[in-house]
Design a protein around this ligand. Structure first.
Ligand code: FAD
Ligand code: SIN
Length: 564
């Protein structure tokens, strides 16, 4: 490996970073908290978590317990707009599994894991059929046949959708299916703080339960499906649950993480002061939407031959370039070329939401700018969801199967969560069926290895967490964003190392503070990974290393607690 030797900061940090070695966030006495036992514990209720739960629950002898930190429906899954890709009707479209694989590999910038991709495309067909059988009501034509649309870089129509609320429909169907199963128990409002392990094997999780009490859940097998990290950034399409808890928990438990530098930015997010950063789906540009400057210049043709349908990373960088040129903090998405009826039929939620902010998208352009959208990297898994920690599986956005390589094709993420969620659940059930109950055990006091001293977040205490959160999000946005360089990444990492040394060592007692600690740790890991990859590849663009360097970096970069 060339990187650590070339960068003294990375070398220094590998010698140890205060706070990053912390094993458990909460200080607890195992004998003084309540306990519970389950067979398969699933942390997360998005497409990956519920697919895992439904697959595990096929063994009716087993109990499956699903946790969600908010409601069961609140997840990135619920907010998905464009759709889910699968070669479901090849005889009608001329599509093939090979074509789906080829399209995915073409954008993956040389590091897609082809065996996992083969599994995803092939098994995706059966899993999507199952979704339909479970009652997911995708759009159909007047003959009642499923409608398939084509999105950027997909060479055939293969995207199933439901208007611009596809994710909401999928989440509804999966939650209903899970609630119908007698052996699946769901506990919304339960926050997983840390994974519990004995001698390196995961045996459940420490949680803050619905009443805010600490509780130990002992499980034969645990599936992590906690979603992405978008909320680390000031600008993001992601819902409030996407704070990287799962990545931080897995890191603390010793799991191998991979490809964390690959954060995908979506080019078009509604940008209005005070309004939520609502995603404006790429499908709008697929239908004829055009990006313009305030003066009306359709600028994308200057940057790429595919103009507005250029790959997402190119469009995001081009928008930032235009914002620099014009001094504006946004660009405009003009829907003038799309028929009014088509807008009403295809994008009802965007129409309604924009209207609530006083914008009539049929007559006026939408103010947009890029924002953090999707984490390509995550907890490294094998094709059955197994991580490097025995007893721990992972699926969905928190996991990394390598199928997207360094750049994700639109609508492949729901498919990945569906397929590998199912595989993880099936594998967890298979293993759990042959294992005895894990025994509760005494844990070391988490504070003992910490330095500096433990501080407590008492009212009027020393830390202004709201200020820290806002500084963290700005730091990531400006220094670890769409366009990166070594100087900014190094200064961000030094700043994060200072922050991790203090608030990460603090002993907090509430979900908000634990979440911030997870965000600090995850931000540190993403920044460290981005500094290590001294080249540009896929969504990771380094202005100081603008070319792809296949000699040194045509591979995944892994990181784990043992590295520090
Ligand atoms: P999520 O759906 O995010 O679920 C995470 C779950 O983990 C939640 O239940 C949450 O409560 C729980 N959780 C998190 N932390 C904890 C904790 N500490 N304790 C307990 N529970 C916890 N992809 C596509 O393929 N097509 C699209 O059209 C598309 N559109 C998108 C639009 C938007 C606005 C966004 C944000 C993403 C979109 N994506 C799309 C990406 C895709 O939606 C996500 O990658 C995918 O839904 C992730 O699913 P998941 O099950 O891994 O995680
Ligand atoms: C979109 O609808 O533009 C987002 C689709 C995706 O992220 O896959």
């Amino acid at each position: 490996m060339t990187e650590p030797k070339d960068n003294p900061l990375l070398e220094k940090l590998r010698a140890g970073v205060p706070g990053m070695s912390r094993r458990y966030l909460a200080d607890f006495e195992i004998s003084r908290i309540s306990h519970r036992f389950t067979d398969v514990l699933v942390i997360g209720s998005g497409i990956a978590g519920l697919s895992a739960a439904l697959a595990a629950a096929e063994n009716e002898e087993l109990e499956v317990l699903v946790l969600a930190k908010s409601s069961l429906e609140e997840s990135a899954t619920r907010w998905a707009q464009g759709g889910i890709a699968a070669v479901i009707l090849p005889e009608r479209t001329g599509d093939s599994l090979e074509a789906h694989m080829r399209d995915t590999i073409d954008v993956a910038a040389g590091i897609a894991e082809e065996e996992n991709l083969r599994i995803m495309t092939a098994e995706g067909v059966e899993r999507v059929r199952e979704l339909v059988e479970r009652g997911t009501d995708f759009d159909r034509n007047t003959e009642g046949e499923l409608q398939l649309t084509r999105e950027g870089a997909h060479s055939f129509p293969r995207i199933l959708h439901r208007g611009d609320t596809t994710g909401q429909e999928i989440a509804r169907a999966l939650v209903e299916a899970a609630l119908k199963k007698n052996n699946i128990l769901c506990r919304p409002g339960t926050f997983a703080i840390d994974l519990l392990d004995r001698e390196g094997s995961c045996i459940g999780a420490l949680v803050a339960n619905e009443t805010g009490q600490l509780e130990a859940i002992w499980a034969r097998q645990t599936v992590l499906a906690t979603g992405g990290v978008g909320r680390l950034y000031r600008e993001t399409t992601n819902p409030s649950v996407a704070t990287g808890d799962g990545l931080a928990m897995a890191f603390r438990a010793g799991a191998r993480l991979m490809d964390l530098e690959f954060i995908q930015f979506h080019p078009t997010t509604l940008y209005l002061a005070g309004a939520d950063r609502f995603l404006i789906t790429e499908a709008i540009r697929g239908e004829g939407g055009v990006l313009r400057t305030q003066a009306g210049d359709a600028f994308m043709k200057r940057f790429h031959e595919l103009a507005d349908l250029a790959p997402r990373d190119v469009v995001s960088r081009s928008i930032l370039e235009i914002m620099k040129e014009t001094g504006e903090n946004k660009v405009w998405l003009d829907l003038g070329a799309i028929a009014e009826d088509r807008i009403r039929e295809r994008f009802p939620r965007i129409l309604e939401l924009s209207r609530s902010f006083g914008i009539d998208i049929i007559r006026e352009p939408i103010p947009v700018r890029p924002s953090a959208h999707y984490s390509i990297g995550g907890v490294s898994t094998d094709p059955n969801g197994r991580t490097s920690v025995p007893g721990l599986l992972a699926a969905g956005e928190v996991a990394c199967t390598g199928v997207h390589g360094a750049n994700r094709l639109g609508s492949n993420s729901l498919l990945e969560g569906l397929v590998f969620g199912h595989r993880s659940g099936r594998e967890a059930a298979r293993t759990a069926a042959g294992l005895p109950r894990p025994e509760p055990f005494p844990l070391p006091k988490p504070g003992k290895e910490l330095s500096p001293e433990i501080v407590t977040n008492t009212p009027g205490g020393e830390l202004d967490l709201a200020d820290l959160l806002s500084s963290l999000k700005s730091l990531l946005w400006y220094k670890v964003g769409v366009e990166r360089n070594g100087r900014d990444l190094s200064s961000a990492l030094e700043q994060l190392s200072t922050w991790t040394a203090y608030p990460l060592a603090a002993d907090f007692r509430d979900v908000e503070s634990w979440t911030l600690q997870n965000m600090l740790q995850t931000s540190w890991l993403v920044t460290y990974s981005a500094l290590r990859r001294m080249e540009s590849r896929g969504v990771h663009y380094r202005a100081d290393h603008p070319d792809r360097d296949d000699l040194n970096f045509s591979r995944h970069l892994a990181i784990s607690r043992a590295d520090f």
